[in-house]
Design a protein around this ligand. Structure first.
Ligand code: HEM
Length: 152
């Protein structure tokens, strides 16, 4: 393997680790641990957490997209094995879902916290939870595709 492919794969996996690992932490550790807090405490805290996490995800998405595009080109482009195309397709879907979370749902949480409209904020946080679970499942399937691509 050339050095450029090694470096791209390293960065690609780093991006995947930050994104998928962060979703596991947010969904299975942080969120349940906050469930007993009142909305007045929980929602501003979640807003501050998401603001930071979504910046990390945005950086990861950029790295995954650039390195993934480069790797796909190196592994045959249009002629690459189908699990790599599946990875790219599911990866892009995950990125679109993230874009919706960041630019449509997150501002709703921010507005609800600023206006102290706690039921609105709780609804938007519920939407984040559901979409993060969808992305988590897609992320795991994508990692499966990466493993599958090695058998071809
Ligand atoms: C734009 C989207 C993406 C493209 C174009 C892409 C493309 C690629 C390519 C071409 C490889 C090299 C495969 C190999 O070494 O045989 C790779 C590796 C990998 N990708 Fe992606 N990828 C994308 C998104 C993702 C996402 C979202 C995940 C996981 C959530 C992911 C997980 C992995 C893993 C775990 C590997 C290592 C596979 C291995 O070395 O066997 N990728 N990716």
């Amino acid at each position: 393997m050339s050095k450029a492919i090694d470096v791209a794969l390293f960065l690609h996996l780093l991006g995947v680790a930050v994104w998928v690992g962060g979703m596991v932490f947010a969904n299975f550790c942080l969120r349940p641990a906050l469930s007993d807090l009142s909305p007045q405490l929980r929602l501003p805290l979640l807003e501050a957490v998401y603001a930071r996490f979504f910046n990390w995800v945005a950086g990861s998405v950029l790295v995954i997209l650039l390195t993934g595009g480069f790797l796909l080109q190196q592994f045959g482009g249009g002629h690459a094995v189908w699990p790599l195309h599946a990875m790219a397709a599911i990866g892009v879907l995950m990125m679109l879902i993230f874009g919706h979370l960041r630019f449509a749902v997150f501002p709703r949480i921010r507005r609800a916290v600023q206006a102290q409209k706690w039921p609105d904020g709780a609804r938007a946080v519920g939407t984040v939870r559901r979409l993060v679970i969808v992305n988590l499942v897609l992320g795991v399937v994508t990692i499966g595709m990466a493993v599958l691509s090695r058998g071809f």
